[in-house]
Write a protein that binds this ligand. Sequence first.
Ligand code: MLT
Length: 263
Amino acid sequence: MHSNPVSLDYEERGTGLPVVLLHGYPFSRRIWQAQQDALSDSYRIITPDLRGLGSSPAPDGIYHMDDLAADVVALIDGLGIERAVWVGHSMGGYVTMAALRTVPERVLAVGLVATHPVADSPDKRGQRLATAEAVLVGGSVAAVADSMIGSLVAPGTPLDSPPLRAVWDIMASTFPAGIAGALRGMAARPDSWETLRAITSPALILAGAQDQIVPRALVEQMAQAVPHALVRRIDGAGHLPMIEQPSATAAALREWLDSLSDR
Ligand code: MLT
């Protein structure tokens, strides 16, 4: 059922504590550009493109979250890194939760950005599988990007700003196999509440205060579930705090990372 690791395209900048920034679906490492720029003066920032997304290979098949985590482990193995800080945005957060289940010894600390532990409802699963099927039989990936873009940002945000057009371009240039593989993998992912409750490493929960996908009540439940988590809400941000409020997001990450270095 599970597949061999895929060799991920990635960027690496800076030295010091290794920090892996994982993007969500259907984005690429480019969404973390501002934070990579801001933090690589003090940290070793590694930004992979997850399997099927950005410039990484897009094999056919279901991209189980465990497999995506194994890809990241293979990447850090190749970089000679035993333990890293894993920071996962949305689907990247699902991958981080999979890593906590499968390779907890490789996770030094965990950052959960605009993500949550709830498995898909049957309706949501059905929608994902239908979209996967549609793109594989020639449906438009641009239509997928169009259907998502408005829900990704704080309500009322104009969608024609250069950063959001860049996000749309990233989404619309994803291979159909990558879209389908990620959707099918997310549809198959398990509930992760127990995983959150079992976290023993330092944890950050970073949320967009106006996220339309991860509502405030869910963030509050996560804050209760994760032992000793630092919780930061970014005002003026929806589901893409790293794009909508790049400086505030970098500052929140730095505050947390600096606290790890002080330990
Ligand atoms: C993401 O940003 O990765 C997606 O919103 C995750 C999802 O569709 O559940």
